[in-house]
Design a protein around this ligand. Structure first.
Ligand SMILES: [Mg+2]
Length: 424
């Protein structure tokens, strides 16, 4: 019988700040002040005043005049995250990271290998994290990923919920819950289901798939399976690749054209960010790798102050890294961009600002490209690449000659932030 644990840290950023600074413990604090001053994380003491995420810091201060506002320190959160996953790795080697502060552990084998009951193993992790890191996590243990994830999120803080592997117990837990607990149900689907009178998971479970697909389309079968706790998704140990978004390109001909290499890196970043946005995630770190003609490789990375899902935020980092890495007067054969330190739930923290408008623009471009192909909308650096492709210096899979790339690089500097809508 499978036993899966899901854990999720409670008020993670605020808790880490309290763990790192004794004087903050037991007091109402929020981590915030980023962008237009939105609360990114609120301690449970602050939540008692009705403070929540995302809320403007000014509104939070009105609710609690004694509120302590701490600027975010993502590097610190990433260190704590690494420690938590280190402790998780001592319980079982099968750990699947879901973000900085949550993940799944497969505890099925613990009783055989460690002579420890899965529930006992889970309790040990919760204890270890609290003792060593002074941060609390909530946990759910169940037979499926679906159930243990819901259980860990539903009962907080320091929740510890075990759902025995018995169909009556499992469905008894699942069926009375509101439909929004099902994976993939966003506010739009939730409203649709509710308008059809389906408010509880149990009602979805009894719906014929044909009826359900009238409402939610092709996701109907998966949704009804989840509603019946049919979920055989395994816990998969993340490879480093799974924890990042990487794209690379090998040039048709090895090159010394810096503008062309820079444009290629930006294009690769665009592609990676488009995948990132589709997954609803953000990143903080970008790594650039270059391979010379003689196969010698250099790589370097830089981090932003806070997570983002807009490629334009990392363009300056990419250019800086390229300049720093390319220190030999040798032609380049291959370049790679990798985005890492993945976060979820950050895009909602800038509901009104300029960044939100840039996100909206990026998402519209994603839609246009999905509909009309990669050339449906082009940024300045895409034109540099177009020029190079015309000259026959594109990627190994494309080709054809024409105009000078130095022209392209001047144009690129002028029109850096603008999108160009092509007729093609
Ligand atoms: Mg959390």
């Amino acid at each position: 019988m499978r036993a899966i644990l899901h854990f999720d840290a409670d008020a993670f950023f605020a808790s880490v700040e309290q763990a790192a600074d004794r004087s903050l413990r037991g007091r109402p604090i929020v981590v915030g002040g980023l962008h237009r001053g939105i609360v990114a994380s609120a301690s449970y003491e602050a939540r008692r005043y009705g403070i929540y995420t995302p809320m403007p810091v000014t509104a939070a201060r009105r609710l609690c005049p004694k509120l302590i506002v701490v600027p975010p320190r993502f590097e610190l959160y990433e260190q704590f995250s690494a420690h938590i996953f280190g402790l998780a790795g001592e319980i079982t080697p099968i750990v699947e990271r879901q973000g900085v502060d949550e993940g799944y552990l497969d505890l099925t084998g613990t009783s055989r290998c460690l002579k420890r009951d899965p529930v006992e193993a889970a309790a040990k992790l919760q204890r270890d994290v609290k003792d060593w890191l002074k941060v609390t996590i909530s946990q759910g243990v169940a037979r499926t990923k679906l159930l243990c994830q819901i259980a860990s999120k539903k009962f907080k803080p320091e929740g510890f919920t075990v759902i025995p592997p018995d169909p009556a117990e499992e469905l008894g837990f699942l069926h009375p819950l509101p439909v929004k607990w099902l994976p993939g149900i966003g506010p739009a689907h939730e409203r649709l289901l509710q308008s059809a009178g389906l408010t509880r998971i149990g009602q979805v479970a009894r719906m014929p798939v044909e009826w359900l697909s009238e409402l939610v389309g092709s996701s109907a079968r998966g949704l009804r399976d989840f509603a019946n706790n049919i979920d055989d998704r395994p816990v998969v140990t993340n490879t480093p690749e799974a924890l990042s978004y990487g794209h690379q390109e090998t040039f048709q001909e090895d090159t010394t054209d810096a503008a062309f290499v820079d444009a290629t890196l930006r294009r690769l970043a665009d592609e990676a960010f488009s995948r990132l946005r589709a997954d609803g995630r953000q990143i903080r770190t970008v790594t650039v790798k270059i391979r010379y003609t003689d196969m010698d490789e250099h790589q370097g990375q830089m981090s932003l102050k806070e997570p983002t899902d807009v490629a334009a935020d990392v363009y300056p980092l990419i250019s800086k890294l390229l300049q720093r890495l390319w220190d030999r007067r040798v032609r380049i054969r291959m370049v790679q961009v990798r985005l890492s330190n993945v976060y979820t739930g950050f895009s909602q923290l800038d509901l009104f600002g300029v960044r939100q408008r840039r996100r909206d623009l990026a998402m519209v471009c994603d839609q246009i490209r999905e509909k009309f192909g990669p050339r449906g909308v082009m940024r300045a650096h895409d034109w540099v690449l177009e020029g190079a492709r015309d000259e026959g210096r594109g990627a190994r899979d494309g080709a054809k000659p024409a105009r000078s790339a130095s022209e392209g690089s001047r144009g690129q500097r002028k029109a850096k932030e603008e999108y160009v809508f092509s007729r093609g």
